[in-house]
Design a protein around this ligand. Structure first.
Ligand SMILES: [Zn+2]
Length: 82
């Protein structure tokens, strides 16, 4: 959407479907970018399902990863956390 201006933007339904497919095959942290105000732009804990990172556009509104764990259930969250 940023610089590929000669093609139409990816439909929202396509982004939702891509996220669903990723989650169905076992990917744990699939989220949609450039989708303000949509549930799909957040990252959820694979264990308890609560929101770990809430986003709005490029902004992180809330980060519930403490150390490398979910602050709700203690599940280890993969990745490099700062
Ligand atoms: Zn959790």
């Amino acid at each position: 959407m940023y610089q590929l201006l000669d093609l139409p933007r990816t439909p929202i339904a396509t982004l939702h479907k891509a996220r669903e497919i990723g989650l169905e095959v076992g990917l744990r942290y699939v989220y949609e970018g450039n989708m303000p105000s949509e549930v799909g732009e957040n990252t959820y804990c694979y264990n308890c399902g609560k929101p770990l990172i809430r986003r709005h556009g490029y902004a992180i509104l809330e980060n519930k990863i403490k150390g490398s764990e979910c602050s709700y259930c203690g599940a280890k969250i993969d990745g490099v956390h700062m």
